[in-house]
Design a protein around this ligand. Sequence first.
Ligand SMILES: Cc1ncc(COP(=O)(O)O)c(C=O)c1O
Length: 404
Amino acid sequence: MRRNLDTVFIMRRDINKYGFSTRAVHAGEEPNYAEGATGDVISPLHLTTTYAWHNPSKPVSEYDYVRSSNPTRGAYETKLAAIEYVKYGLAFASGMAAENAVLQALTSTGDHIIGFDDLYGGTRRLFDKVYTNLAISYIDLNNLALFEATVRPETKIVWIESPTNPLTKICDIAAVAEIAHKHGLIVVVDNTFLSPYFMKPAALGADIIVHSTTKYIGGHSDVLGGAVLTSDDELYEKIKAIQNNCGAVLSPFDSYLNMRGIKTLSVRMEQHQRNAFAIARFLESHPKVNKVLYPGLESHPQHELIKRQASGFGGMLSFELKGELEDAERVMNKLVLFVTAESLGGVESLIELPVKMTHVHVDKSVRDAIGITDTLMRVSVGIEDAKDLIADLEQALGELRTKS
Ligand SMILES: Cc1ncc(COP(=O)(O)O)c(C=O)c1O
């Protein structure tokens, strides 16, 4: 029996009244019950690059060419906006393409940007090596007096990450946004690490949220992608124009895969976090471990701050071994379940050594100054059984004990 269209579209009209997991499953995916429609329960994958016209004055639909818009990407962008609790979503071919679109759309020569001093290295590279026409200041944004003193008449954007990588520094987003808005700055928050499941930066004052969807949103280490989210009509129009004119769009197939990923984001994030807690506590009590950086631990210096602005702590942690670089390498070489790899946010547990991998290009003096030591390892905790992950770490750390 067919339901009538009014019943069907109630969900679409009211998606904003639903909770996160309901949005993640249903936003952008309402079945089409119209006469003659197939009634797909999930949003179908549209692979066509171009769309027919009845005649040169009359296109068949609102679509004409895939770079400008595509039903699958559109559905995915609707889902992204719904889970970030904003009006608009824009999907890009990578996190860096998303960040580039923001900068291209909103800055011009001579503008100044203020960035958190522990931003993702690729973001710093984009600022420093590509946007050489801009002035950039990297500062500790938790020093609010310093932040306000750094603002210049030509400052356009403040760029935040929280927690940062690999040091898990937290930024007080609401406090920074309040000062930023007083001075007419645009607040950009990279929400890759916590994902919208654990933090909604728009509610804290972010004007724009960016993601490397390659991480938790895709969630399975198999889709490169990025996103820009906003509720501001003008910002959206400017960034959408760059998306269409420059063309770094996400493909329909990758949009389809990420929609699939988002449906399980809440259950994945809960399991990532449960496992991260178990591992953090195990490591904290291990005699060979010097310190553990996980914002969920009460020992984390900004534990209270993250509790105020997020509903969880995520699945990323770092820990520092007692010993030398070779000890860290020995432990990593002994791990069986943890894969040594640079990315994060997938269902499988990954481990990396920042001084030799993600942060090898950061000057040693800078690394030392901010605390990226030779034995600091970063873990992207997966959704496996916690006891298996802990047993793996235990045997690898045990190797160290017998050698020392
Ligand atoms: C916090 C953060 N932002 C942005 C990016 C860039 O994203 P992508 O690799 O998808 O271009 C990354 C990649 O690691 C990241 O960790």
